[in-house]
Design a protein around this ligand. Sequence first.
Ligand SMILES: NC(=O)c1ccc[n+]([C@@H]2O[C@H](COP(=O)([O-])OP(=O)(O)OC[C@H]3O[C@@H](n4cnc5c(N)ncnc54)[C@H](O)[C@@H]3O)[C@@H](O)[C@H]2O)c1
Length: 337
Amino acid sequence: MRKKILIIGGAGFIGHNLAIFLKKKKLDVTIVDGLNINNLEYLKKKYNEFPNPSLTKKILLNRLKLLKKSKIKFFKIDARNYKSLSKIINRSKAEIIIHLAAVSHANKSNKDPFNTFDHSFRTLENSLDNARSEKNNVKKFIFLSSSMVYGNFLTSSVNENTRCYPIGIYGSLKYAAEKLIIAYNQVFKLPFVIIRPSALYGERCISRRVGQIFIENALTSKPIEINGDGNEKLDFTYIDDLLQGIYKSIISKKADNQIFNLTYGSGRKINDLIKILKKNFKNVKVKYKKRDKLTPYRGTLSTNKAKKLLKYNSKWSIEKGYQKYINWYKDFYFNSK
Ligand SMILES: NC(=O)c1ccc[n+]([C@@H]2O[C@H](COP(=O)([O-])OP(=O)(O)OC[C@H]3O[C@@H](n4cnc5c(N)ncnc54)[C@H](O)[C@@H]3O)[C@@H](O)[C@H]2O)c1
C-alpha cells in the first residue's frame, strides 16, 4: 500500500514542490491550503503590496497547474478552523502529516504577531490535536522549523545540540512550536520529526527572500539592495536538497523523534550569490544598506546528523543550484510576458 501523506500548507513554495516530489516517489499525497497567506487569496487582497503582482500571480497559478497535472488531491481549507481540518485529516487517512502552514517570513512576523500566531501556531495545534486522536491513523508528524531558532550563531557552524536563543517573533514561535511538538510526544507518544532548513531558494518561490528578490530585481532592471556589507554568510539551500531530506525522514524509522538541520551544509557570502547573478545579467546595480538589528547573524548549519542517520547527501552548491534557478526564472519571465 502506498503511504498516505497529508501536507498542510501544501500549495506554498515548499509544499507544492514537496507534493510533486513525493508523488513521483509513488506516495499517496493530499494537500490542504487556504491560499490565504503568501498565496493567491492574499495577492487578491494586497495586490498593490507586491512589486510585480502580475508575475507573482502567474507563478502561483503555475503551482496549481502543476499540482493538478500531478493529480494531487487539494482541499482549499483554512487550517485555523479545527472542524474543517478534522474532517480532512480523518477522511484522508493520513499516516504522515507534514505541517508547513505559517507566516513564513521573519519581517512580516515582526510586523504582525497576531496574524503570525494565528496562522503558524493555531494551525499547528489544530494539526497536532487531530494527529494524536485515536480516530485517526497518524504515525508520524513532520514539522518545518527554521535556522532562526538558533538566533545569532556564536560559532561559524551550529548543530542540533547548540543552545537556541531566537530573536523576534518568527524564530521564537518556531522554537515554541518545536517545544509543543515534543510535548505532544511526551504526553501522547506522537512520533515527530523536526526539520530546520535555512535560506531556501528554488522554482516558483514568491516569498521575497534574498535569492528570489535578487533575480526578480535583475529581470525588472531594479537595483539589488543588500542589508549589511554582503560578507555575511548564509547556508543557501536549493529546494531539491530539502525535498530529498524530507523524503528520507518520511521513510526512515531512524528519523523518529529527532531534530535535523537540513541545508546544503556550508555557509556562503551573500556577495557570492551576487557574483553568480552578475554572470547572468549585465548592469546589475547593488546598493548596500544598514542591516536590520532583528536579523540574526548566521552561517553554516551542520548536516552531520542527517548524513549519519538518514544518509542525507546534499548535492546543490550555489554554483549549480542558483544557476539552475536563474535559468528557470529567466525562461518563465520571458515566456509569460
Ligand atoms: N522557505 C524558506 O526559506 C524556509 C526556511 C525555513 C523554514 N521554512 C518554513 O517552512 C514552511 C513552509 O515555507 P514556505 O516557504 O513554503 O512558505 P509559503 O508562505 O510559501 O507557504 C505557506 C503556505 O501555508 C498556507 N497557509 C498559511 N496559513 C494557512 C491557514 N490558516 N490555513 C491553510 N493554509 C495556510 C499559505 O496559504 C501558504 O500556501 C513554513 O513553516 C516556513 O516557516 C521556510
